[in-house]
Write a protein that binds this ligand. Structure first.
Ligand code: GZL
Ligand code: ZN
Length: 358
């Protein structure tokens, strides 16, 4: 299905701000940083070169409506950048990008807008799993394939979307639980009563649901592990710090923090330091985090995070391949998990960090 490029008003498209990103392990410093410029702050979209709607080889551009959920974390900024650098006119695309600013109603509005404009494909990172049946039904009625990227939806009929590409969140956090069991064994603490708190992501998001479920599966195998409380920090550094401050005021003895993303872990480190406590391999509190973004590598290198479970944000090339396969009339797998691993302070993190793209 070729792009209906002419249907798209050629007006200037403003990419919404990629938002500020807090980085630095516990430095708490606000930093726009070069990443913001790269990820496309308030600026005119990269309008495709003067064109009659055709890409480099003279074909129509494939028009993609991308509803990104927000700019809440370093992970999300890298995820957006991956799309922007892949879904380009040179690569045969006209990208309509909408940032939902972490509000589902904004994403639903964006999808309805894409349907009205007659895009060829919708790509969406749904902020939460529920509430999508009606708009996905409208997309199907309009004959527009929907690719779920990064997060899943819970709908009556899974024919409402073509496929899902993203992390396997249950596996990520089962792996984290097993890592903790090994680590405590190595420390001679396998019989100790271990008190754990969890900084939960956005409630109802696939990443939150999966990471909560997965760690819970391992928790059940360890009667001496006690989950004191699980509380949402909404995947942001500010809220992560707030919740960790509450945990430290409420619980005398915290041995482990499970942070469902790195930005909340950065906030937790600030709160732990402010409370006069220590964390990391040489500290009182073990911190296990998710995402493994570049700034979290700095934390592991500086000894404030013990281990980090990767969630690969580079979805651009995967979505590109899925669309090209669909354009060629090929079928695509319904669920496509990205390659993910983990890192801890026993590894040569300097070397590993050099080779990473985010
Ligand atoms: C995971 C993604 C999560 C990241 C957070 O795939 O959905 O959302 O772990 C981000 O950093 O906010
Ligand atoms: Zn203890």
């Amino acid at each position: 299905m070729k792009g209906k490029y002419s249907r798209i008003c050629a007006g200037v498209l403003l990419l919404t701000a990629a938002g500020l990103s807090l980085t630095g392990c516990g430095g708490g410093q606000w930093e726009t940083g070069e990443r913001l410029q790269q990820a496309g702050g308030e600026q005119e979209a990269q309008m495709p070169p003067e064109t009659d709607g055709t890409g480099k080889d003279g074909d129509d551009l494939i028009v993609v409506g991308l509803s990104q959920l927000g700019s809440e974390s370093d992970w999300r900024i890298a995820n957006t950048e991956s799309y922007r650098s892949t879904l380009t006119a040179e690569n045969g695309y006209y990208l309509l990008f909408e940032n939902g600013q972490q509000k589902q109603e904004n994403q639903i509005k964006a999808l309805r807008n894409f349907i009205l404009q007659g895009v060829d494909y919708i790509v969406v990172a749904p902020i939460v799993e529920t509430g999508w049946d009606s708009v996905l039904q409208d997309a199907r009625d309009a004959g527009i394939p929907v690719i779920l990227a990064d997060r899943m939806v819970s709908v009556e009929d899974d024919d409402l979307y073509t496929c899902y590409v993203g992390g396997n969140f249950v596996k990520e956090s089962e792996d984290a639980g097993r890592w903790l069991a090994d680590y405590l064994r190595q420390q001679g603490r396998e019989e100790e009563e271990i008190n754990i708190v969890t900084l939960q992501g956005t409630l109802g998001a696939s990443a939150e649901l999966g990471r909560t479920e997965g760690f819970g599966n391992v928790l059940k195998e360890h009667p001496n592990w006690h989950m004191l409380e699980i509380k949402s920090g909404d995947f942001t550094q500010a809220k992560g710090q707030e919740v960790m401050e509450y945990f430290l005021e409420t619980y005398e003895d915290i041995d482990v923090v499970i942070s469902q993303n790195d930005n909340m872990a950065f906030g937790a480190i600030d709160a732990i330091r402010a409370a006069g406590k220590t964390c990391g391999p040489d500290g009182e509190i073990i911190i296990i985090s998710f995402d493994a973004v570049s700034a979290a590598f700095d934390c592991m290198l500086q000894g404030t995070i013990n281990a980090d479970f990767e969630c690969n944000p580079l979805h651009g090339p995967l979505v590109d391949q899925i669309i090209k396969d669909l354009e060629a009339g090929k079928s695509v797998d319904k669920i496509q998990y990205v390659e993910e691993t983990y890192f801890d302070t026993a590894m040569d993190l300097e070397k590993i960090k050099e080779g990473r793209m985010y």
